[in-house]
Design a protein. Structure first.
Length: 448
């Protein structure tokens, strides 16, 4: 057996005997955490980060930035300091950079490397090694960077960054914040203006944070879509960053509380960037109230305390244009839809096929094995709810996918019979402490 593969941790979720209750904070936003470490490493001077997600994915990025010469130090719970090397100042890593399960880490780092003149080799776990990298290498090679990948553009991949990268001008063929960010991060090393146009807006944490570090970034709406213009070779200066609670992690206790009768849960300080709140909009359309109290701006990002009470949900149609604003939340929305009255059609989900697993197939299998009626129609996922939770009793294969694991465990809080998962270990990639935090609210999760 491969000694680097952690042992599986099966887990079973049962309907709790009482409502879910309490106030909680979810770990820091994964997207913001990766970017904070990366831009900290590219800045001159010190960046102090609070609330950093200390999940496996982000720890891999911390290790990679260290291997590229930045000083990255953990000072306490979520408090980190990064002493950067400046744009153009990264050093050649002495070994392969193993990005674990993290697509965001791998793709954004590829952009940085492309614009940095450095040679590096990237790999990851079996899930990441199966994911497409051409979506970033295709635009990035126009900068002058070279890439050698496995068949199909898969990791491991050798990158030879361009010594004098050209600025890119790229229109995204898929709605992907990772591709957008890789192009912009490459543009840091280039002379002149890097231009990205995204026909569908995606999360804008890279643009926001680049500005926070002192880069010139202009964003404007054009007929072709959202245009982002970055002026290359900026002097980035170390900054303080407060990482908001991850709305994609908040989604799990949120949906659990909606589904368990009598529940009331408050998720504090959760990120409410409008390009991330598609799940909240959809659940409101399905009949949830979800008031936000104490809305505020923290570290340049909108945050608030989200109040969740049990609600009877009804099926809705989710338009394809909303998919980027809730791309990671479809597995748990599908769980809510399976408990709702009527059908929910989630449209335009082709991108789910290239996540940590083929999430369209994994979600359909998760619900199907637990007695819900579900169909994949083209790029749409259709869930037929009966107004009651599905029977449950199924054993879910998680396919190294943290969000499939957590979604199945939420389903088990509502279904009549318990829901088992083959492996809870990948939950640590994005939501360390998930099981304990859910148990703190009253959820029933235990080993088989
Ligand atoms: C992310 C973008 C999304 C999302 C991922 C995080 C980011 O991926 O699924 O979890 O931080 O930029 P895509 O860009 O592939 O849609």
């Amino acid at each position: 057996m491969d000694a680097t593969v952690p042992a599986c941790r099966p887990l079973v979720a049962r309907r709790p005997g009482a409502p879910l209750r309490g106030r909680l904070r979810v770990p820091g936003d994964k997207s913001v955490s990766h970017r904070a470490l990366m831009l900290g490493a590219l800045a001159v001077g010190e960046t102090r980060i609070s609330g950093l997600l200390e999940g496996e994915d982000v720890l891999r990025t911390a290790a990679a930035m260290r291997a590229l010469g930045a000083r990255v130090v953990r000072e306490g719970d979520g408090s980190w300091r990064v002493a950067g090397r400046g744009v153009g100042g990264l050093a050649e890593p002495a070994d392969v950079l193993d990005m674990g399960n993290a697509g965001t880490g791998a793709r954004l780092l590829t952009g940085i490397l492309a614009g940095s003149g450095v040679f590096a080799v990237l790999t990851g776990d079996a899930s990441l090694r199966g994911r497409p990298m051409r979506r970033v290498t295709e635009p990035l090679k126009e900068s002058g960077a070279c890439f050698f990948t496995r068949e199909g553009g898969r990791l491991p991949m050798a990158v030879l960054g361009a010594a004098d990268p050209l600025p890119l001008d790229y229109t995204l063929p898929v709605a992907s914040a990772q591709v957008k960010s890789a192009v912009l991060l490459c543009g840091l090393g280039a002379r002149g203006i890097t231009r990205v146009v995204e026909p569908q807006p995606t999360r804008d944490h890279t643009e926001t944070m680049l500005r926070h570090f002192g880069a010139k970034v202009v964003v404007q709406d054009t007929a072709a879509g959202r245009e982002i213009l970055l002026t290359g070779q900026p002097e980035l200066a170390g900054r303080d960053i407060m990482v908001p609670g991850d709305p994609s992690s908040a989604a799990f206790p949120l949906v659990a509380a909606l589904l368990v009768p009598g529940s009331r849960v408050v998720v504090e300080a959760v990120g409410l960037n409008p390009l991330r709140t598609g799940l909240i909009a959809t659940l409101r359309e399905m009949g949830a109230a979800l008031p936000v109290v104490n809305p505020r701006i923290e570290g340049g990002e909108p945050v608030g305390d989200l109040v969740v009470e049990h609600a009877a949900l009804r099926g809705v149609e989710v338009p394809p244009g909303r998919a980027p604003a809730m791309i990671d939340e479809f597995p748990v929305l599908a769980v809510a839809a399976a408990c709702a009255a009527g059908s929910t059609r989630m449209r335009g989900l082709g991108e789910l096929r290239v996540k940590e697993s083929d999430r369209l197939a994994a979600v359909a299998a998760m619900l199907g094995v637990n007695g819900a009626r579900v169909a994949i129609e083209g790029d749409d996922l259709v869930v037929h709810g009966s107004g009651r939770p599905p029977p449950g009793g199924g054993q879910v294969e998680t396919h190294m996918d943290h969000r499939i694991a957590m979604s199945a465990l939420v389903l088990g809080q509502a279904s009549e019979a318990p829901v088992g998962i083959d492996d809870a270990s990948f939950i640590d990639t994005s939501f360390p402490g998930f099981a304990d935090l859910m148990r703190g609210l009253g959820a029933a999760l235990s080993p088989p």
